[in-house]
Design a binder for this molecule. Structure first.
Ligand code: PLP
Length: 462
């Protein structure tokens, strides 16, 4: 039995999969300040038109340009691995497979979209990209991608991670990017927040506001903004993960998996792995699909489905999603990439349809799962990834109790070698769990009632 299923470069998918083509009900449209659906050209100051076309596309398959494939070959295809040692440790009849996205140069799934985004911007004549980063994974991925295609890169890094994760800043510097702590004094959005809350740990919402502001105020017109998650085109680029996994499971002689799991911050690594399997579920396959989030930022499990802004300064269009409110600043947990108030509208519509079932875990349980994984498979995962591992372990134990030989597939979204301060805090007993009080959720989501209601359209089939 092979425990690593490798593909050749020539086996890599030549097209991305767009779930928007197959969802029975499309996601609700993004709305402009007047409450009406926005038109693609309204996004033009923020994104290049070639990416906007992907954002609004309902084509099922979108070709991956040869030059992008050439850049992805630096680390793709990624291996599909079987966690035989974890299986043995748990004594489960389940077979646990995971897609190892930690093998990319920056160490996570993020370059799967950073490379195409940088490439399409370059094609469009853009010289500089701005972005936000939580844990620093996305910032380092975009820094890497910009270096590979020849663009400048500016990163606003959430303050708490800027302080907790100094090595990510150095990675960005090595790839030639400029990284500052957010909120910063470089933008109106940052200055306003610093005046109100000088000690704020920051949030992805604030950092997004700063990065957008800097892109749209560049008078040369040669700067655009790049987002590492949430948007449709990001989910699209990440589907290469699930498309490769399908081929690899087939090589391993497996049928469709019974359970597909990923951690979800803005939804991209989870969507990347799961969307090709959502297509199978829509076509009749019986698969349980589980996005996992932290209990301290329970967007999908506790937030209402509502129209909300994607950022704190209310600069983005209103998007229909599960949300904790754009003003919500999540507690400073170590899984910085899961501290986002909203969620990809495509993932949210898939949840509304009943095609996937979100779950939330406390951080202590997740670190415990990370240690179990490191002790069995030997790999030290990112704090975000530990959420997927915790759910995988629960599902494997459930399979044992039920006496079923289930196929469980999860996404190993990144390694934790730059996140060891979190492990230090856990191992020295300094971490605690934090559940968001219902009153806080009410406080931050109450103001969303002023926006148009987001109706839940579902067929009731799942
Ligand atoms: C390793 C890793 N996994 C998961 C995430 C969560 O992001 P997303 O939900 O977009 O995959 C992040 C975000 O920073 C990350 O760095």
């Amino acid at each position: 039995m092979e425990t690593k299923i490798q593909l050749k470069e020539s086996d890599m998918p030549r097209q991305w999969y767009n779930l928007a083509a197959d969802l029975p009900n499309p996601p609700l449209p993004p709305l402009g300040p007047d409450g009406k659906p926005i038109s693609p050209d309204m996004l033009a100051p923020v994104f290049p038109m070639n990416l906007i076309e992907q954002e609004v596309s309902t084509e099922r398959w979108i070709n991956i340009p040869e030059e992008i494939l050439g850049l992805l070959y630096r680390w793709r295809p990624t291996p599909l691995k079987r966690a035989v040692n974890l299986e043995k440790h748990l004594g489960t009849p389940a077979k646990i497979y995971f897609k190892d996205e930690s093998v990319s140069p920056p160490g996570s799934h993020k370059p799967n979209t950073a490379i195409p985004q940088a490439w399409y911007n370059k094609q469009f004549g853009i010289k500089r990209l701005t972005t936000e980063t939580g844990a620093g994974q996305w910032g380092s991925a975009l820094a890497f991608a910009c270096k590979m295609v020849g663009l400048e890169c500016k990163v606003f890094m959430v303050r708490i991670s800027f302080d907790q994760k100094p090595f990510r800043k150095l990675m960005m510097a090595t790839w030639g990017a400029n990284c500052v702590a957010s909120p910063s004094n470089e933008t109106n959005a940052g200055r306003t927040i610093l005046k109100e809350m000088p000690d704020t740990p920051g949030s992805l919402g604030i950092a997004i506001s700063e990065a957008i502001e800097q892109a749209v105020t560049d008078k040369s017109g040669k700067t655009r903004y790049s987002l590492g998650s949430v948007l449709n085109h990001v989910m699209l680029h990440q589907t290469i993960i699930g498309l490769e996994a399908k081929k690899q499971l087939k090589i391993a002689g497996e049928k469709t998996p019974d359970v597909v799991i990923g951690c979800a911050g803005g939804g991209s690594n989870f969507a990347g792995l799961s969307f090709p399997f959502v297509a199978d579920k829509i076509a009749g396959a019986d698969i349980e699909i589980i996005p996992v989030e932290p209990k301290s930022c329970p967007t999908m499990t506790k937030g209402p489905f509502a129209y909300d802004f994607g950022d704190t300064a209310c600069t983005t269009p209103l998007m229909a999603m599960y949300t904790l409110g754009h003003a919500f600043i999540p507690p400073p947990i170590h899984a910085g990439g899961l501290r986002y108030h909203g969620m990809s509208p495509l993932v949210c519509q898939t949840i509304v349809e009943g095609l996937m079932t979100p779950r939330a875990y406390h951080q202590l349980k997740c670190y415990e799962a990370a240690i179990t994984f490191a002790s069995t498979e030997g790999m030290i995962c990112a704090p975000e990834t530990s959420h997927a591992i915790a759910a995988t372990i629960d599902e494997a134990i459930k399979a044992k109790e039920e006496g079923k030989e289930k196929i469980i597939l999860f996404n190993y979204s990144g390694h934790g070698l730059m996140d060891l301060t979190g492990y230090d805090a856990y191992l020295s007993g300094k971490l605690s769990d934090y559940s968001l009080p219902d009153d806080d959720i009410k406080k931050y989501t109450e103001p969303l009632k002023q926006f148009p209601p987001a109706e839940k359209h579902k067929t009731g089939k799942w």
